[in-house]
Design a protein around this ligand. Structure first.
Ligand SMILES: [Zn+2]
Length: 239
């Protein structure tokens, strides 16, 4: 079932509740969803074809990739020291070591370099990351936590001698939890999650995020969580 079909089914079941538009993520009264789709999006609900698998830049700092980077850097340095008769090999090895340490550093700092995949359905939630090398699986989703996503950035203030950093809000996260395990899904423009759903718990500010989804995928995730009975639509006027 596509997220548009899910949204339309939700709207038909609960015409008095808020339904997130599957295209633009705005909170729409269930009874008005059909009109919103045809007026605002030209009837083109087809532009939201997501079902239960989504992809986006991952932010997982994978230990496996770290180990790989460490190993490659070690080999590069070792080759440079052992083969010191040949300048070309030395330079090549140093360049290789430098390259791997940059990749390694990016992973360690959770720069969203690699595409991740998230799947949520009746089997639970599965996050694939680090080129498919890494997986995190939740057999069921017992709790959903909603909070604000933050990022540390260099302040860019050239007057400072020290490298100061400022915290900046970069949107919203939804964390799917089972026991102590969790998958933290980030979206820059989260839309009206708070106004639309109940069934989530308030979470802290977070900087560590596992995957970033776009707006319509983030709505598709919410609709999938509704279908699993984890999130419940909030009645309009009862905020
Ligand atoms: Zn819309």
């Amino acid at each position: 079932m596509t997220s548009s079909e899910r949204a339309q089914r939700l709207a038909a079941e609960l015409p008095d509740s808020s339904v997130p538009c599957p295209v633009c993520a705005a909170a729409v009264k269930g009874a008005n969803l059909e009109r919103h789709l045809s007026k605002t999006h030209g009837g083109g609900a087809g532009s939201a074809p997501h079902e239960s698998r989504w992809g986006g830049p991952e932010r997982v700092s994978s230990r496996r990739l770290l180990a790989l980077g460490f190993l490659a850097t070690g080999i590069g340095v070792y080759t440079a020291i052992v083969d010191n008769q040949n300048d070309r090999v030395v330079l090549g090895s140093l360049a290789f070591a430098a390259f791997t340490s940059i990749v390694w550093g990016s992973v360690a700092w959770s720069v969203p370099l690699f595409p991740g995949r998230l799947r949520v359905d009746h089997r639970g939630a599965l996050l694939r990351h680090s080129f498919g090398l890494g997986r995190r699986r939740l057999r069921s989703i017992d709790q959903v936590v909603l909070g604000s996503a933050w990022e540390s950035r260099p302040s860019g203030n050239s007057g400072d001698d020290y490298s100061a950093s400022v915290d900046e809000r970069i949107g919203t996260y939804l964390e799917l939890r089972r026991g102590r395990r969790g998958i933290r899904v980030h979206c820059r423009t989260g839309g009206a999650v708070r106004a639309t759903w109940t069934g989530w718990d308030q979470g802290k500010r977070r900087k560590r995020l596992d995957i970033t989804l776009d707006r319509s995928e983030f709505v598709a995730l919410q609709l999938a969580l509704w279908e699993l009975g984890v999130l419940t639509p909030r009645r309009q006027g009862a905020r």
